[in-house]
Ligand binder design. Structure first.
Ligand code: CA
Length: 230
């Protein structure tokens, strides 16, 4: 693997310098954008492996940029770390809700920055590289678009494939119907929230026809998650 390419979206010189210095010292390639619109252009021209996105940006906010990246099928899975100010718990949650994969709170140490970037790349890279995802006895071959559970080959519709893929990339996390709609169908399409339930039902029925344990947990009043037993 060549050095991963990190895009820093930040308007404060001191923070850009700190991030660039530490990321380059760890062998990352670094690009920088000082506002969100420049960032969107850069992402389109030279897709990075990961984006570190500051919440407080001039013109368009970090959260809005994050939403825009999630809406676009080309950048829907781009790993994003949102940077928020200290103690802004609400911002952090809204950041994750807006589609960020992780967050970093200012002020952060160089070690924390590097650890978060590495962890997120580790989690995201199999998907980005078009390899395989595994959860218990379920294996998704992303490049060949095939899913197996134990010895069974599963026939999933494209929508159910996307839904399962999203769960398998983030096991244990609960997603609301609205989040699943945005992620799987995109913002531009109007789909009834109930549609999610229909696809979850079909996905479950395909996954569990062999009488296996149902890996999809319904979380009352919250949504769905892919979960281990207990
Ligand atoms: Ca800022």
């Amino acid at each position: 693997m060549t050095s991963p390419n990190v895009l820093i979206v930040e308007d404060e010189d001191a923070i850009i310098t700190l991030m660039r210095y530490n990321l380059e010292a760890e062998g990352f390639s670094v690009m920088e954008a000082r506002d969100g619109d420049t960032a969107l252009t850069m992402v389109a021209e030279t897709p990075p492996d990961i984006v570190i996105l500051d919440w407080m940006l001039p013109l368009t906010s970090g959260i809005e940029i994050c939403r825009q990246l999630r809406r676009d099928p080309d950048t829907r899975l781009l790993p994003i770390i949102m940077v928020t100010a200290r103690g802004e718990e609400a911002d952090r949650l809204r950041g994750l809700d807006g589609g960020a994969d992780d967050y970093l709170t200012k002020p952060f140490s160089p070690a924390e920055l590097i650890a978060r970037v590495r962890a997120l790349l580790r989690r995201s890279r199999p998907a980005l590289a078009g390899e395989t995802l595994a959860f218990e006895d379920i294996v998704m071959d992303l490049a060949r678009h095939k899913v197996r559970r134990k010895d069974r080959s599963l026939a999933l519709s494209p929508t159910e494939f996307r839904l399962l893929r999203h769960f398998m990339e983030r096991p244990g996390r609960v997603f609301s119907r609205e989040q699943l709609l945005d992620i799987v169908w995109g913002h531009d399409v109007y789909v009834e929230p109930r549609t999610v339930d229909v696809h979850i039902r079909r996905l479950r029925s395909t996954l569990n026809t062999g009488g296996e344990r149902d890996p999809i947990r319904t979380v009352r009043a919250a949504g769905y998650a892919l979960d281990s037993e207990d």
